[in-house]
Design a protein. Structure first.
Length: 179
């Protein structure tokens, strides 16, 4: 409840993509609402919404692709449906739906994901993070998106660091106002 109060106290709406360690079972029971972004979202509160992955959103006139998902490298120490959810990684059908979507629409202002594509690995290695250390299918899917999509900037946050390059931003405790 602290986090909901925090977001509700802000003078803006917060939109987020799901990652790993998120309770997909609970989130998928949230009310689905249309807030005028072109696709429905899950409502957490009046000022906080989750963007379902594999959807395109029009946010302040910008075309945005929401990806999300990620691998919990510690899942062997977690309990399914308690603090780990299988749905954190993309399923076959939603992957196919994304691939088909990208055949029709592949030009975006922004891409939002939880994990990065492999193409951000050189920058992440500066922080002693190497994406090739894990067999993360979501990272591989993000790399596929990178290879077929045109985009202005890609945002992710899984790695608990902050950095910006001309193509990528990793956000942990930094807030980005997108214009």
């Amino acid at each position: 409840m602290y986090n909901i109060d925090f977001f509700n106290s802000k003078p803006f709406i917060t939109l987020a993509v799901l990652g790993n360690h998120d309770n997909y079972n609970a989130i998928e029971t949230l009310q689905v609402v249309d807030i005028g972004l072109g696709n429905p979202v899950w409502k957490v509160s009046e000022k906080f919404y989750f963007l379902p992955r594999g959807k395109i959103y029009n946010i302040e006139g910008k075309k945005c692709l929401a990806l999300g998902g990620g691998l919990s490298i510690d899942k062997q120490f977690r309990t399914e449906n308690l603090n780990w959810w299988k749905k954190e990684e993309w399923g076959y059908l939603e992957t196919e739906n994304l691939i088909n979507l990208l055949k029709e629409e592949n030009n975006f202002d922004y891409i939002f994901s939880h994990t990065a594509p492999l193409e951000a690995n050189d920058e992440l290695k500066k922080f002693k993070i190497d994406l090739t250390d894990y067999n993360d299918t979501t990272v591989k899917l993000n790399s596929y998106v990178y290879s077929v999509a045109e985009f202005r900037h890609w945002f992710f946050g899984h790695y608990h660091i902050n950095f910006n390059t001309d193509k990528f931003s990793c956000l942990y405790k930094n807030l980005e106002i997108i214009k």
